[in-house]
Design a protein around this ligand. Structure first.
Ligand code: EZ4
Ligand code: CO
Length: 402
């Protein structure tokens, strides 16, 4: 089999998605996601101008060699744009391989290690009472694990809490919006939210929280300690992790489990975090970290150190990535949990898929390949719209982490 064509499409059924379609001389094609929130056209150009011409004529079964060709062959290594482009190619090739062998991708990754993939939902509210109601609503929908975020008294807006009861979607059209942040107000508020939540939910429900990289290590250590009585499943992105040693300090102070990695692109971003056992869950996503080929290596390395997977799964990761993550989560032994934010109905219509949710678990379905398609005629009705993630400043105007 030979690759005959590789083409990129950008569609915006509620938000932007970059999709790579790789076609072959046997009529089988595969899909890969290359969406990088707020920087979509950079990946699209990288694929169209620099990657697609090199793929023509290659054997799509050679996933390892093509991965190395694109990674080592570029000379320039890592980075979100390159690694998302490599992921788009890699996932499309696994899709082709599954279709050609008439088997779901999970069978190519080791087969089923479990019956279903535990997922967590996003719940949020403008204040604690509204957040409590939204957590209860998600438990009623069948979720066994729920991430909770709430508005903070004295701050006009914060990460994870939409305005006007809309589903949360961080990217907004137009130039980046700016919001104001106070760590002090946040640290006072979050333990109150989880005290009430644990009381309302009982012991069984898994509760999670995302700090979104807004604390220093010592602040994160204190929050982890304050939250210990409420037994979180994890505290996510407590602090930025360019300096991986940040987590050593947090780890020394708290038994609250720690998760990080949604902005990582490669195993090298997490090497010390994993080897030193400073984290419990590695959150890299298949789309931003080089595809299934690289993520399988990440999971296998993490398994040596008792670290489990907890892949990023926000709505800016397309249904193609969701499908890939579910095949991966069904197969890898050290799977932990998968994030699940449902896409809009428009997005689901553009990407018809076989994955499903039942009783707190998702399943990728048993269709050959990934089990997800692209309705190109429908996709063409939603042209690209420039959108950005917000900017965050401290109350005195200092630019801060969003
Ligand atoms: O801010 O996907 O855990 N989920 C998250 C997401 C991220 C967005 C960034 O594009 O932190 O909401
Ligand atoms: Co997050």
């Amino acid at each position: 089999m030979k690759i005959t064509k590789a083409s990129v499409s950008i569609t915006s059924p509620g938000r932007n998605f970059v999709t790579l379609k790789i076609e072959t001389d046997e009529g089988i094609y595969g899909l890969g996601d290359g969406t990088l929130n707020g920087r979509e056209l950079a990946v699209a150009a990288y694929l169209t101008e620099h990657v697609a011409p090199c793929l023509i004529g290659r054997d799509p079964f050679q996933t390892e060699d093509i991965w190395q060709y694109l990674y080592r062959g570029a000379y320039w290594r890592r980075g979100p744009v390159s690694m998302s482009a490599i992921a788009a190619v890699d996932v499309a090739l696994w899709d082709i391989k599954g279709k050609a062998l008439n088997t779901p991708v999970y069978n190519l990754l080791g087969g089923r290690s479990r019956d279903g993939v535990l997922v967590y939902a996003h719940a949020n509210g403008a204040d604690i009472d509204k957040a409590l109601d939204d957590v209860a609503r998600h438990i009623d929908l069948g979720y066994l694990a729920v991430r909770a975020q709430s508005g903070i008294p004295g701050l006009a807006s914060t990460y994870g809490v939409p305005k006007g009861g809309q589903p949360y979607e961080p990217a907004e059209k137009g130039l980046p919006k700016e919001s104001l942040w106070s760590t002090e107000k946040y640290l006072r508020h979050v333990p109150k939210l989880f005290a009430k939540l644990r009381d309302q939910c009982g012991e069984e429900v898994h509760l999670l929280h995302d700090c979104h990289h807004r604390l220093t290590p010592i602040e994160a250590a204190r929050l982890g300690k304050d939250l210990e009585p409420y037994r979180l499943f994890w505290l996510e992105d407590p602090t930025p992790a360019e300096l991986q040693e940040n987590f050593r300090l947090i780890r020394q102070h708290t038994t609250t489990p720690l998760a990080v990695g949604e902005v990582f692109n490669s195993i090298w971003d997490a090497q010390d975090l994993i080897r030193s056992q400073w984290i419990d869950y590695i959150r890299m996503s298949i789309v931003h970290a080089g595809g299934l080929t690289h993520m399988k290596k990440v999971a296998d390395f993490a398994a040596l150190y008792n670290v489990r997977t907890g892949c990023h799964g926000a709505t800016d990761l397309s249904p193609v990535t969701m499908a890939a993550a579910l095949h991966f989560g069904l197969a890898v032994h050290n799977f932990g949990i998968q994030e699940h934010m449902p896409h809009t109905t428009e997005t689901d219509a553009v990407f018809p898929h076989h994955y499903s949710f039942k009783g707190g678990y998702m399943h990728p379905g048993d269709a050959p390949g990934l089990g997800v398609d692209l309705d190109e005629a429908l996709a063409a009705k939603y042209p690209y719209q420039r959108a950005y993630l917000p900017i965050n400043r401290k109350l005195d105007g200092t630019l801060f982490d969003w």
